[in-house]
Structures are given as structure tokens and as C-alpha cells.
Design a protein around this ligand. Structure first.
Ligand SMILES: C[S@@+](CC[C@H](N)C(=O)[O-])C[C@H]1O[C@@H](n2cnc3c(N)ncnc32)[C@H](O)[C@@H]1O
Length: 229
């Protein structure tokens, strides 16, 4: 049976950057820009929420390491794990690692479209995904959360950003401030109510806790997923 997962047409991350685009750092724009601001913001947030160098961190939809270039130097060697669906962004990630002289920290990067975190062969103390659920439909988020539940340590924490709607089944577009991003019920970029996120978590055996605002320049909210005690 073919169990390979392909994700096409949901967002534009099925399109690859050329070598020339990577050389002129177009990858930093493809993941949303704000390279320095959003790298530092996610790093500071994770430290405030308990990330220590000894922890194993999984960066889901790590892209070209906007957060990774901050996490890798801080974590003990080999404790950073990044997974992404887009091969060209992982090529750009390798370039970012080399240019920042971070090879000695031995980051682990995996090209994968099915959230198969078990391929790393370890459990994770912390997981993060920044600007990933914002580009994913419900079934894909459910696949991600199902895999999260299998690969988190019993006291592990998974933080993810999303665009929030006040009510469930919000079929009308929403314009979010700051940033002026317009989100949709069933097209990229997507919005979800906290109730919808919470229902998805509970289907996958996880508990969702709304953190909410965390100073994101485009008004993405933060949610925490944990395993029940
Ligand atoms: C807006 S970028 C954010 C990247 C990174 N988290 C950051 O903060 O720079 C969204 C990322 O999610 C990745 N992505 C989308 N669908 C995915 C999937 N099914 N599995 C893994 N990564 C995915 C994209 O390729 C892209 O790198």
C-alpha cells in the first residue's frame, strides 16, 4: 500500500525556490520575512517557557531556519530537530547553517510531508511551529497533532501559532491587525476558533491551552498542546 503523503494546492509551499533565488536569500521572504524579528521572538518565547540547552526541540515546518539559527547555537549539540515539506527551503537552511558557522552543533533536518517525527528516533521535550497552522487545512493539522501526541515526552510542550476567529465555522474572511492579513475558513491563510483547535487536539489525545497574544507582528496567536496527566 502506498502511504506517501503529498500536500499540493493547499498553500504555495509545494513550489521550490531556484538556486539563484536561494543565493539572493529569497527564502527569507518565502517564509514571511521579518527574519530577525520573528527569529528572536520565537527564541525568547521558548526560553520564557522553559527551553534549556539540554532539551530536545522539534521545529515543525522549520523552513529555512528563521527560528533555527537562534535555537541551534543555544541548544546542546544535536538537540535541534527540524522537519519541513519543502526541499528548497531545507537547501536554504543548510546554507544558513554554514554561513552562521553552526555545523558543529549538528542540527538534524528532515524532508517529510507526513509529520513522521518518529523517523528521528527520539521523543521531544519541546516542539514549536510558527506560521505553519496558518497555512494548513483541518485534516493536515489533525495529522500533525496525531504525530505530535506520539512523539512528545510525557511532560513535553508543543507551542503553535494560528490565526484566531472569535467563533467556530467563521465562513467570512477576517482581517487581522496588526499586519493586515486577511484569513479564510477554507483557503490559505486559514483561521480557526480556539474551540476548533481544542476539538482537534482532543481528537488526537492532546489538551490545548490558549496562550493568545505573544507580540507577533501579524497578530498570530499562540496555543500550547500537552498530553493529559
Ligand atoms: C511561513 S513558513 C514558516 C517557517 C518557520 N516556521 C519560520 O518561522 O520561519 C511555513 C513552513 O511550513 C512548511 N510546511 C507546510 N506544510 C508542511 C507539512 N505538511 N509538513 C512540514 N512542513 C510544512 C513550509 O514548507 C514552510 O517552511
Amino acid at each position: 500500500m502506498n502511504t506517501k503523503t503529498t500536500v499540493t494546492g493547499v498553500n504555495n509551499y509545494d513550489q521550490q525556490l531556484s538556486e539563484a533565488e536561494i543565493n539572493r536569500k529569497a527564502h527569507r521572504g518565502k517564509v514571511g520575512g521579518f527574519w530577525e524579528v520573528l527569529g528572536q521572538l520565537q527564541f525568547d518565547f521558548m526560553l520564557e517557557h522553559g527551553l534549556k540547552p539540554k532539551h530536545r526541540l522539534l521545529d515543525i515546518g522549520c523552513g529555512c531556519l528563521r527560528g533555527g539559527v537562534k535555537f541551534i547555537p543555544y541548544l546542546d549539540a544535536a538537540n535541534y530537530y527540524g522537519i519541513d515539506i519543502n526541499e528548497s527551503l531545507l537547501t536554504a537552511a543548510a546554507q544558513e547553517i554554514e554561513q552562521a558557522n553552526l555545523q558543529a552543533k549538528k542540527p538534524n533536518l528532515l524532508l517529510n510531508s507526513g509529520f513522521e517525527f518518529n523517523q528521528f528516533g527520539v521523543k521531544f521535550d519541546f516542539m514549536i511551529s510558527v506560521s505553519v497552522f496558518t497555512h494548513l487545512s483541518t485534516n493536515i493539522i489533525l495529522r500533525c497533532l496525531a504525530r505530535v501526541a506520539e512523539n512528545l515526552t510525557s511532560s513535553g510542550k508543543y507551542f503553535s501559532t494560528f490565526f484566531i476567529s472569535e467563533k467556530s465555522l467563521e465562513l467570512k474572511p477576517i482581517n487581522h491587525q496588526p499586519g493586515s492579513i486577511t484569513t479564510h475558513y477554507d483557503q490559505d491563510p486559514f483561521h480557526y476558533s480556539f474551540e476548533e483547535i481544542s476539538d482537534m487536539a482532543s481528537k488526537c489525545g492532546l489538551l490545548a491551552t490558549l496562550i493568545g497574544e505573544w507580540d507577533h507582528p501579524r497578530a498570530q496567536q499562540m496555543v500550547l498542546f500537552t498530553l493529559p496527566e
